[in-house]
Ligand binder design. Structure first.
Ligand code: G3P
Ligand code: MG
Length: 243
């Protein structure tokens, strides 16, 4: 199979990020997987939205954590992208899992708990993945190292990955302490040495956000386990050409 193609926030170049139309398009494009971002509402409902604040991607203002689910579901998360998508709602993690469960896709659930460390987030997400029997095809990731440790404490079998956009000293010692199974790096950090080290340490290496053909080619050549791309339809074409 080679490098897996994860649609980053769904097919987010073609439809508003982290919404059902973006996920549907990713599936239609033949993406192997979907990456999505989770935040928690005031009443602890996991919802799919990238930012802590709803301002950029909805018609609302303020923080996700200050909205109840009943309130947040009324927001329009599509119009900012195009009027074609007006009134597209924010999706809950549960709605997404229900939709994806019969679709043999892999998942990357990114816990957005590096700015606000939401209470119990790992347990809430874990219980849902388990209820939908999706743990085997899911990687849970975060920029928050403590969160990745907590996830392993809940269940050492959950596949986890640490996200980073920066060079870190003693990276591999650090990853070992976190007991993660993978490393998700910003594309500019990707190089041959890193790929070789990950291979040696048995860590799955994935890179974001890989939208250009030359970048895709490099990820394929370095045998990354996966790429996160806003354009899964193009990545599929290039994978056929280059891998
Ligand atoms: O999970 C990969 C990537 O999505 C991490 O960065 O900001 O796009 O969520 P961001
Ligand atoms: Mg993300």
């Amino acid at each position: 199979m080679g490098t897996l193609i994860y649609a980053h926030r769904g097919a987010s170049k073609l439809a508003p990020e982290n919404t059902m139309p973006a996920f549907e398009l990713a599936h239609q494009a033949g993406a192997d997987g979907i990456e999505t971002d989770v935040q928690l509402t005031k009443d602890g409902v996991p919802v799919l939205i990238h930012d802590e604040n709803v301002r950029r991607t909805t018609n609302g203002t303020g923080f996700v954590q200050d909205y109840t689910y009943e309130e947040i579901k009324k927001l329009d998360a599509g119009s900012w992208f195009s009027t074609k998508f007006s009134d597209t709602p924010i999706v809950t993690l549960e709605e997404f899992l229900e939709w994806v469960q019969d679709k043999s896709m892999v998942l990357n659930i990114e816990l957005k708990n590096n700015v606000i460390d939401y209470k119990n987030m790992e347990r809430i997400v874990y219980d849902l993945l388990q209820a939908y029997q999706l743990l085997d095809q899911t990687v849970v990731s975060s920029f928050n190292p403590d969160s990745m440790k907590r996830m392993k404490e809940i269940d050492p079998k959950v596949a986890t990955a640490f996200l980073t956009s920066q060079k870190l000293p003693d990276l591999f010692g650090y990853l070992k302490r976190l007991q993660v199974d993978g490393l998700h790096v910003k594309y500019r950090l990707l190089n041959k040495k890193l790929a070789e080290n990950c291979m040696q340490q048995n860590l799955a290496l994935r890179s974001y956000t890989v939208n250009r053909p030359a970048q895709m080619k490099k990820c394929f050549k370095l045998k990354c386990e996966g790429i996160f791309t806003d354009v899964p339809h193009l990545a599929k074409e290039y994978r056929e050409l280059y891998q």
